[in-house]
Design a binder for this molecule. Structure first.
Ligand code: FMN
Ligand code: SF4
Length: 450
């Protein structure tokens, strides 16, 4: 059984409510920081812990906090990114639904460190029932003196406000989120300036993911150095993984980042193996934006070493033979799944979610969808595969925000690793309508793409 820092109490009856949460040791970290630590000391502890942002990019949280501008007389804000709209990712939902006070506790500690007296949770609109859970928990925390003015007699004031989004994936991108929070259309901003200098209402702002902010609680309770001993390398602490697809036990798991991908998929403690005894074909290990990997490159790196569930190992080999931890949305595909169809489904999503500001993303996502649809439905040409490759290359790195990259990477990886499957669709326009290509060589001993 791995270490549990976040979900340890998730199954305690009534933990969603203040009394039970407090009885189980809740809000100790707030007491500790308000009584014994300066705001900068809290940031130092998060730095020592090596906590990397859990929203996708893995940027060190303590470093981000230390970049926050502190001009005299200008309010600063902490914004919790609870937009969680990346297909395959549902770990923040679990945290907020079952442990709302853990998030609020983390938010108070982080608000204290950053000097935010007005802190926001921006939550995806579809999580309507969780908004109610959070608002109840905020009211309970306030009634018990953990929010409001002069918290626990410390002189620190903090309010937390919940703002619902309206169903746009792009509002998870931090600057689009900020625009939306300000009541405008959620279009990403050109950076610089970064939110640390000009964020909400042009004030210095830190945007962090739900899980990142919840992890601040165990860091303060146990100390940054102890936290950093869990995990491996720069993958410190624990990580929540939302596992879905063709597995026996879909769900949210907390891992300590030392386990192998093979153990995560096949052990009963986690995914419990592939459903119906089928074979593993491929996996998107970090949410829909990260490169898909065939089974052989997922379980072992191109060097033939075991691949582990951590930031470094999942990205070993770069995009040529590796992928990314991303947001921890682990999507498993069995031997009966069609990679072309899967890529087409993702392309539809990205075309729909593009905000349309940049032409490579606006036009490119539309073209990728059209071409993938043609190939999937037996109407594609061989040259379409190269055309697709060309389009994704023209999007990547040429847009205002990373949604363009997020749309390009799945297409690039699918062609890189599964080109024969695309070619089979073109050569077998009738057969591909009724049958899938199957496993081919994807589970054979390492096949390194060129
Ligand atoms: C299109 C797009 C969607 C995103 N959606 C989310 C999201 O739902 N939740 C999230 O935490 N970060 C999301 N991000 C990343 C955020 O921009 C930002 O990097 C993150 O909230 C920072 O938090 P962290 O440092 O704690 O990881 C998204 C980025 C892009 C480009
Ligand atoms: S990359 Fe796409 S989503 Fe991002 S700003 Fe440009 S058009 Fe909008």
């Amino acid at each position: 059984m791995g270490v549990k820092l976040l979900l340890e109490k998730a199954h305690v009856e009534g933990i969603r409510h203040y009394d039970v949460y407090r009885r189980e040791g809740g809000y100790r970290s707030v007491e500790k920081v308000l009584k014994t630590m300066s705001p900068d000391a809290v940031t130092e502890e998060v730095k020592k812990a090596g906590l990397r942002g859990r929203g996708g990019a893995g940027f060190p949280a303590g470093m981000k906090w230390s970049f926050l501008a502190k001009p005299e007389g200008i309010p600063r804000h902490l914004v919790c990114n609870a937009d969680e709209s990346e297909p395959g990712t549902f770990k923040d939902r679990y945290l907020m639904e079952f442990l709302p006070h853990l998030l609020i506790e983390g938010l108070i500690v982080a608000s204290y460190a950053l000097g935010s007296n007005a802190t926001y949770i921006y939550i995806r609109g579809e999580y309507a029932w969780i908004t109610d859970i959070l608002e109840n928990a905020i009211a309970e925390a306030k009634a018990n003196g953990w929010l409001g003015n002069n918290i626990q007699g410390s002189g620190f004031n903090c309010e937390i406000y919940v703002q619902r989004g309206a169903g746009a994936y792009i509002c998870g991108e931090e600057t689009a989120l900020i625009e939306s929070l300000e009541g405008k259309r959620g279009n990403p901003r050109i950076k610089p300036p970064f939110p640390a200098v000009k964020g909400v209402w042009d004030r210095p702002t830190v945007v962090n993911n739900v899980e990142t902010l919840a992890a601040v609680v165990p860091i303060i309770n146990m100390g940054g150095d102890e936290y950093a001993k869990i995990g491996v390398g720069k993958s410190t602490g624990t990580k929540l993984i939302s596992a879905c697809g063709n597995i026996n036990k879909p769900g949210v798991y907390e891992i300590d980042m030392t386990i192998s991908v093979e153990e995560f998929i096949y052990s009963d403690e986690y995914c419990g193996g592939i459903k119906d005894g089928k074979k593993l074909k491929a996996c998107i290990p970090g949410g829909s934006s990260v490169p898909i990997l065939p089974a052989n490159l997922l379980l072992k790196t191109a060097k033939g070493e075991t691949r582990y569930m951590n930031y470094e190992s999942l990205s070993d080999g770069g995009f040529a033979t590796g992928s990314m931890m991303g947001s921890g949305g682990f999507i498993v595909l069995d031997e009966d799944q069609c990679v072309v169809k899967n890529t087409y489904t993702l392309a539809r999503f990205y075309r729909h979610e593009s905000c349309g500001q940049c032409s490579p993303c606006r036009e490119g996502t539309g073209w990728m969808e059209k071409i993938l649809k043609a190939i999937e439905t037996g109407k594609g040409k061989m040259s379409d595969i190269d055309l697709l490759w060309d389009i994704q290359r023209k999007i990547e790195g040429n847009t205002i925000c990373p949604l363009g990259d997020a749309a390009a990477w799945p297409v690039a990886a699918a062609i890189r690793h599964f080109r024969d499957e695309f070619e089979w669709h073109v050569k077998n326009p009738q057969e591909c309508l009724t049958r899938n290509y199957g496993l081919a060589h994807y589970a054979d001993p390492i096949h390194v793409p060129v």
